[in-house]
Write a protein that binds this ligand. Structure first.
Ligand SMILES: N[C@@H](CCC(=O)N[C@@H](CS)C(=O)NCC(=O)O)C(=O)O
Length: 94
């Protein structure tokens, strides 16, 4: 899986989550300060123009850190970091 990555707190959340989950991500840097995220090539990948964006192994792309972290939690091995029960997951999301 490839993570379109940049400076800033949101990509950092996903990198931390992946590290805790033991998921290896290929990183591709996007020049946020140079505005690369708002140019046509990146907007084709993520129309919101924001980072991070995950490209899954099937080529689909996922934006929004909560959606990315929940996806990594489900496809990664080992115990869930979000929660194993409805109550635990609700508590995490709360
Ligand atoms: N709601 C988004 C927020 C993403 C976000 O704001 N990312 C910042 C970097 S930390 C960004 O791309 N800023 C540049 C811009 O919006 O043009 C998420 O959960 O991923």
């Amino acid at each position: 899986m490839k993570l379109y990555n940049s400076i800033g707190p949101n990509p950092h959340v996903v990198r931390m989550f992946a590290a805790e989950k033991g998921v290896d991500l290929e990183l591709e840097e996007v020049d946020l300060m140079g505005g690369e995220n708002r140019q046509e090539n990146f907007l084709k990948l993520n129309p919101s123009g924001q980072l991070p964006c995950l490209e899954a192994d099937d080529g689909s792309r996922i934006a929004e850190i909560t959606a990315i972290c929940e996806y990594l939690d489900e496809v990664g091995s080992g115990p869930s970091l979000i929660g194993e029960t409805p109550e635990a997951r609700a508590n995490t999301r709360m």
